[in-house]
Design a protein around this ligand. Structure first.
Ligand code: PLP
Ligand code: TYF
Length: 396
């Protein structure tokens, strides 16, 4: 049965973790996977999470099956986080939300539902994008194309290429957009870019699928939701996948959500029934713990403030590391100007390092980055930064 099974290629990012863990060098640094670590180099356990978990443990709640769509208070809180407290869409019942197994699970549930709805559609993702976007939509049966996005020359957005490619997609294509803190480049669209994208999406009747995995890591919770809110105000229907892996530092709990903005409440109940069918045939119903914690934090005013403060601390620390990296590289007279790193948003920087330079960082210095030159700036701290900047200056 298995004699002809071929070895599948490793995930280029998660595969790096295995190599990193096997590395015996004491001063090795992992800038590969997108995980936030604090000044001590550890994945933080947020105080708001600890408090919510203590209350949940004390309550000794039974662990029955959740509804297929998950915890109602969680789904509601996700909608408010995305669309704001006074969203008319929420009031009109025009948003349906289902709890998901991380942001990945939200994308997969949305993809499977879309395959039933638009079996012949094309999916378009940014060039470059999170590695899993292509694999996931291809696994759901769609052909996946790239639209131009990153301009290596300016370290910015290829605006002309982006808009032209979105125009030239077949009408009613599914367009996956990073709502904020683009992975892997750290380069986001401006409000004007978003407006232009929206107009083309409307004209071509594309289906926008906004992926938001870093809300709060860019400029703030509200600020980072601007693209979602722009689409919300447009009257269009669209999909949103949320992930709380990073913003709650709950990577292993797999907490995410799929939200769909529909035309009206009645349409919503039909759409929800179909999404529930996708969930039922995949994993029946979602797990309890992570979403209970997130719901408890988001729905309790004190814990909510505590979480926003901690999220702000993570955001500020990343920014400090970006600035320090730029400064140290300049002080080392590095053969390139890294000023653009300070402009990028979120956990990542497309550093411009070549595959060969990344390989030298690993073999000579024990510094792990993605082969594309993506580094996770959220894994830098005051101890490892000098090691990293010296190594970068050396391989340039
Ligand atoms: N979407 C993007 C853009 C990501 O970077 C990630 C990262 O993990 C995800 C989705 C998946 O999130 P999760 O880990 O919650 O599945
Ligand atoms: O891009 C990253 O590093 C994170 C984590 O298949 C990740 O989003 C990477 C690869 C993958 C799943 C998650």
């Amino acid at each position: 049965l298995f004699s002809a099974v071929e070895m599948a290629p490793r995930d280029p990012i998660l595969g790096l973790n295995e190599a990193f863990n096997a590395d015996k060098r004491p001063d090795k640094v992992n800038l590969g996977v997108g995980v936030y670590t604090n000044e001590e180099g550890r994945i933080p356990l947020l105080r708001a999470v600890v408090e919510a978990e203590a209350a949940l443990t004390a309550a000794r709640a039974p662990r029955g099956y959740l509804p297929i769509e998950g915890i109602a208070a969680y789904d509601k809180a996700v909608q408010t986080l995305l669309l704001g407290n006074d969203s008319p869409l929420i009031q009109q019942g025009r948003v349906i939300t289902t709890q998901a197994i991380g942001g990945t699970g939200a994308l997969k549930t949305g993809a499977d539902f879309l395959k039933r709805l638009l079996p012949d559609a094309t999916v378009a993702i940014s060039d470059p994008s999170w590695e899993n976007h292509r694999a996931l939509f291809e696994a759901a049966g769609f052909p996946v194309r790239n639209y131009r996005y990153y301009d290596a020359f300016s370290n910015g957005v290829n605006r002309g290429g982006l808009l032209e490619d979105l125009k030239n997609l077949p009408a009613r294509s599914i367009v996956v957009l990073h709502a904020c803190c683009h992975n892997p480049t750290g380069v986001d669209l401006t409000p004007e870019d978003w407006q232009a994208v929206l107009e083309i999406v409307r004209e071509r009747e594309h289906v926008p699928f906004l992926d938001i995995a870093y809300q709060g890591f860019g400029d703030g919770i509200e600020e980072d939701a601007a693209a979602v809110r722009l689409f919300a105000q447009s009257g269009l229907t669209f999909f949103v996948s949320s992930s709380f892996s990073k913003s709650f530092s709950l990577y292993g709990e797999r907490v995410g959500a799929l939200s769909i903005v529909v035309g009206d409440q009645e349409e919503g109940s039909r759409v929800l029934s179909q999404v529930k069918r996708v969930i039922r045939t995949n994993y029946s119903n979602p797990p309890t713990h992570g979403a209970s914690v997130v719901a408890a934090v988001l729905n309790n005013p004190e814990l909510r403030v505590m979480w926003e403060t901690e999220l702000g601390e993570m955001r500020d620390r990343i920014r400090t590391m970006r600035l320090a990296m730029v400064e140290q590289l300049a002080d080392l007279n590095a053969k390139r100007d890294f000023g653009f790193v300070a402009q990028q948003r979120g956990m990542f920087s497309y550093s411009g390092l070549t595959t060969e330079q990344v390989e030298r960082l690993r073999s000579e210095f024990g510094i792990y980055a993605v082969g594309t030159g993506r580094i996770c700036v959220a894994a830098l701290n005051t101890r490892n930064l000098p090691v990293v900047t010296k190594a970068i200056a050396a391989v340039l």
